[in-house]
Design a protein around this ligand. Sequence first.
Ligand code: FAD
Ligand code: S2G
Ligand code: ZN
Length: 480
Amino acid sequence: MPNNLPNDFISNLEQIVTDKGLIVEKNEIRPYITERRGRFVGETLCVVKPATTKEVSAVVKLCSDNKVAIVPQGGNTGLVSGGIPFAEDRAIILNLSRMNTIRDLDPINNTMTVEAGCILQTIQDHASKNDRLFPLSLGAEGTCEIGGNIATNAGGINVIRYGNTRALILGLEVVTPTGEIWDGLRSLRKDNTGYDLKQLFIGSEGTLGVITAAVLKLFPSPKEQQTAFLALNSLEDALPLLNMAQSMIGDALTSFELIPRIGIEFSQKHGHRVIDPIEAKHDWYILMEASAGTANSFLPDLFTKYMEKAFEEQWVLDGVLAQNKAQSDSFWLIRENVTLCQKPEGGSIKHDIAVPVSSIPTFIRKANAAVKKLIPGIRPYPFGHVGDGNIHYNLSQPVGMDKQAYLNRWEEVNRVVHDIVIDLNGSISAEHGIGRVKVKENAHYKSSIEIKLMQQVKHSFDPLNIMNPGKLIPSIQPKK
Ligand code: FAD
Ligand code: S2G
Ligand code: ZN
C-alpha cells in the first residue's frame, strides 16, 4: 500500500464502487497482472471494477485528489505491458470489464454504441445478428475489450480493407484525469466543429483518460467470402501477388497474411487439428480472403482467374481455394495457431514492425542475416499482415539455449532489428503500441520535437501524471 495514502482511501473507494467492484486481496489481484517474459511483473494497491461511467468519474476524482496513479485495463491481452502497473507507479488498476453493456445498435445509421468493457467477439456477434459487420478482428478477440482496442488503436487481419480501430470509431465517452465526463458519443460521419478530440484518445494507451463508451461504425455483412491458401515460389513473389489482388479483386480483398514454413511446423507440433492444406512443404505461404456484399457475386470466377494468372506468372507453386466455410475456417485455424504455437518453443523476442509493403522481403532477409550473426541458432519466425506492411518479426530461442539467458538479450536484439526497420523508413510498432516495453526504444528513434509535443499534450490533459504513468512516452515530472 503506498505509504503516503490517507487510510480512508480504500473505504472511500468502497463507497463508490458497488457490489464487489473493489479487490484488495493479493491472491485475487493476480489475474490482473499478466506474466511477461516468463515472470510475473507488476504491483498494485488494488483492482477497482466500476459498473458505470459515474463510478469511473468518482474513482478518478478520488485518485486525482490523492495523487494516486491509475492504470486503465480492459482484457489484459496487450503485448507491450501497457495495462500493467509496476511497483514504482504505486497505482490502482481500473478494470473496465464490468462496463459491458451494448447500449444501442442503429441499423439505418450503421452504428453501435457500446461500453468499454464489451469483449470484441461479443460486439462482432451482435453486429452479425443484426445483419451487420463490425470488421475489427484479431487473435485475442475472445478476451480483449473494445476500450483496450481503442486505447491501442488495434489492427488485426482486416485492416487492408477497413483500416485500424481509428477508422472505425465515430464517437467516444471519456473520463478525463480530473474525473470530468466528456460525452462525445456522436454518430455523425461528418462533424467539423473543432479539434477531432476522439482521435487524441484513440491510441493513447490509457495515458490521457479512461474510455468508457464508444460509437462504432458498422458495415453491411458480407454475403460471400472466398479464402485461398497459396504456396509462394519465393518471399519476393508476395508483392506482385498482392498487387494483382488489389487490381483484380479490388477492395473486396479483406486479408492478405504471410505465414512461414516454421509457422506451419510449430502449429502442427503444438496446435490441434491443424492440417497443412498443401501436400509438399514450401518456405512461404499467403492466406488471403475477399468478401462481397451480394450473394452469387463475381467473386468465385474472379478468384479462379486470379489463381490461374498467379500460376502462369509462377508466383505460386501450389494453392487451395476453400470449397466451403469449414475449409476456410481450417485455413484461419492455421493462422491463429501461428501466433499461439510459438510460445511452447521457448523464449520469443518479439517485434511488431511496419515497413513500406515493397520493403517486406528486404527487411526479412536483412533482419534474418543480422540476428543469426548476433545469436547463432536463433529461429526467425516472421508472419503477419503483409497488406499493411506489418510483420510480426518474432525470434524463437535457439534449441538448447537457456530461456532466461536468451530473453536477457532482447534489448540488444531489438536495437539491431529496429535499426534495419528505421533504415527502411518503417515503424517500431505497427499495431501493438508502445506500452512500457518500448518507451525507451521509441524515444531513441523519435525526434525530440515529436516527443516534446506528445509530452505537452500529455501535460495539458494530465498535469499530475496520474494516468498510466511511465507508458507510451517518457514521463515528465508532475507539477509540484
Ligand atoms: P489491455 O491489455 O487491458 O490494455 C491495453 C492498453 O490499453 C493499456 O495501455 C491500457 O492502459 C489501455 N486501456 C485498456 N482499456 C482502456 C480504457 N477503457 N480506457 C483507456 N485506456 C485503456 N493486437 C493487434 O493490434 N493486432 C493483432 O492482430 C493482435 N493479435 C493478438 C493476438 C493474441 C493471441 C494476443 C494475446 C494479443 C494480440 N494483440 C493484437 C494485442 C492485444 O490484443 C491488443 O493490443 C488489444 O487491443 C488489447 O486490448 P485489451 O482489452 O486486452 O487491453
Ligand atoms: C497477430 C500477435 C502478436 C504476436 O497474431 O497478428 O498481432 O506477435 C499478432 O504474437
Ligand atoms: Zn497482428
